[in-house]
Write a protein that binds this ligand. Structure first.
Ligand code: DSN
Length: 414
């Protein structure tokens, strides 16, 4: 029996969500439209299997084909990112970080990570997260003036604090991360280096951001952001850490892996090795730079003055609108983004002075620089007409027309 027949209530909501995705401009920097082959693997019978353990060493029978799937996923991840070892079982980015920390730290150890409000992640040491509760956290920040990482200041802090681990890689940092500089700092203070590349993994795979493979001891990443795969994560590391990482994932933190998602990760890695993915990754950055330039020419201040990657962080202070209100206004116009703190924000994290805009999803639709100009103009028009329902409705029509020119999931039915 089909979903439509068995559960029309849920079926209708899935259909509505499909339509919403087709008809909105998605500028959430951490979202993407995964291809149909990834959806097929994720929706396959592999979801039925239990396979605690690792290929060749499972606790349940019947894993002949699952072992092959997981081995392919591991092999592809290693080739794609040029690493010694990959664990493809983590269910999410937070779990991956949990496991990576557990493998290389004891509770109470000190680590350094970027503060959440500056562009870090909850798992980089937020006091309300396991990372801030389990470990002693020393947070670093971007430079107040340039709003970029100041490697000399971070080094000074690291030499004073002597952390066991330094975490680099961010959720709201629009600039290149210089992993070589972080390696120097880690070596100088005797720390391990962990790169969380969740946001930029697709750019690294596609060659449009430098890779941490030579520099980091451990690398974590989600697979569903710029990498455009299924929702999930992986951990990669140098050979010396392989056993500890594997033990930290299973049995340390998780039971059975999600074999259907492992298959979808393998499909995603295969896709990311193709030439068209390299073109895609470069186009993401070109689009982001164009979006940044256009918004800037419309008078908006950009955090750090621009972008090197897939995202633009916009300071809305000059427009007299908060990030929270901008997010709501833009949603009414069919443009989806998230409010975001800007460095040294004077607004509360729930309100914020900024919005974060990303180009991975719109680039997947096939949009290029000229469409980014259109998107920037629509954003400006919406923000300047935040109380005008008619104007917002007319912008929504323009958004729909733009989305119709760049369709997604044309033949997909819920
Ligand atoms: N929620 C993700 C993001 O939007 O960056 C981080 O986990």
């Amino acid at each position: 029996m089909s979903l439509r027949e068995r559960d029309p209530e849920i079926h209708a909501l899935v259909e509505k969500e499909l339509k919403r995705q087709q008809e909105c401009i998605d500028l959430i920097a951490s979202e993407n439209y995964t291809p149909v082959e990834v959806l097929q693997a994720t929706g396959s019978v592999l979801t039925n299997k239990y396979s605690e353990g690792y290929p060749g060493k499972r606790y349940y029978a019947g894993n002949e084909f699952i072992d092959q799937v997981e081995n392919i996923a591991i092999d592809r991840a290693k080739r794609l990112f040029g690493v010694d070892h990959a664990n493809v079982q983590p269910h999410s980015g937070s779990t991956a970080n949990y496991c990576a920390y557990a493998a290389i730290m004891e509770s109470g150890d000190t680590f350094m990570g970027m503060e959440l409000s500056q562009g870090g992640h909850l798992t980089h040491g937020s006091p309300v997260n396991f990372s801030g509760k389990t470990y002693k956290v020393v947070s670093y920040a971007v430079d107040r003036k340039t709003e970029m990482l100041d490697y000399d200041t971070i080094k000074k802090q690291a030499m004073e604090q002597k952390p066991k681990v330094i975490v680099c890689g961010y959720t709201a940092y629009p600039r290149t991360v210089h992993f070589d500089r972080f390696r120097e700092i880690a070596d100088a203070c005797g720390a391990f280096l962990l790169a969380d590349i969740s946001h930029i993994a697709g750019l690294i795979a596609g060659g449009s951001h430098v890779s941490p493979a030579k520099y980091a001891d451990v690398i974590t990443t989600t697979t569903h952001k710029t990498l455009r795969g299924p929702r999930g994560a992986i951990i990669m590391c140098k050979a010396d850490f392989a056993q500890k990482i594997d033990k930290a994932v299973f049995p340390g933190a998780q039971g059975g892996p999600l074999d259907h998602v492992t298959a979808a990760k393998a499909v995603c890695f295969h896709n990311a090795m193709q030439q068209d993915f390299k073109d895609y990754a470069h186009q993401i950055v070109k689009n982001s730079k164009m979006l940044a330039d256009e918004l800037n020419s419309h008078g908006l201040r950009l955090v750090s003055g621009g972008t090197d990657n897939h995202m633009v962080l916009v300071d809305l202070t000059s427009l007299g609108i908060t990030g929270k209100d901008a997010q709501t206004v833009l949603e009414r116009a069919g443009i989806i983004c998230n409010r975001n703190t800007i460095p040294y924000d004077t607004q509360k994290p729930f309100i914020t002075s900024g919005i974060r805009l990303g180009t991975p999803a719109m680039t997947t639709r096939g949009m290029k620089e000229s469409e980014m100009k259109e998107v920037a103009a629509l954003i400006m028009k919406a923000l300047k007409n935040k109380d005008n329902a008619d104007t917002l409705a007319s912008i929504q029509k323009d958004v729909l027309a733009l989305c119709t020119r760049f369709p997604i999931y044309k033949d997909l039915r819920a």
